[in-house]
Write a new protein. Structure first.
Length: 140
């Protein structure tokens, strides 16, 4: 069943922005991102307790739609139109994949730092070395 057109569409980054405003706590990263109007992208937003709360909330309010595509468009556009980009990735998996692919859209990031425990032998994106990202056109 598709939602009706009178739904509230929220991208995860907009929801995180609102959380930063409502948290109103200087110990929170989301708070400072909100205060400085810095978008926080979370491609795995629903893979958390927040995702669980949104799921349960949807039974009482089915008009809420979490639109991950809007964040893909926003992140990729930021990369494509940036003069210079860099990636500082403090883990692997989904985060590394999304940021790397956004930079692929702009014909490579200018620099990258990868810090994670992924191993190359398992064949995952997490464990791939920088030379692999260079061969795919994700970094220079």
């Amino acid at each position: 069943m598709w939602p009706s057109t009178d739904c509230a569409h929220w991208a995860p980054s907009k929801m995180i922005h609102r959380l930063g405003k409502e948290i109103n706590n200087p110990d929170s990263v989301y708070y400072w991102a909100y205060k400085n109007d810095i978008p926080v992208f979370s491609p795995a937003f629903t893979e958390s307790s927040l995702g669980d709360m949104i799921y349960f909330h949807s039974y009482k309010n089915p008009a809420l739609v979490l639109d991950i595509v809007e964040d893909f468009q926003h992140l990729n556009s930021k990369a494509v139109f940036a003069k210079t980009t860099g990636m500082i990735i403090l883990r692997g998996d989904l985060v590394k994949h999304h940021i790397s692919n956004a930079n692929l859209m702009r014909n490579r990031a200018n620099f990258a730092v990868f810090i994670n425990t992924g191993q190359e032998f398992d064949g995952s994106d997490s464990g791939s070395r920088p030379d692999e990202a260079i061969s795919w056109g994700k970094i220079r």
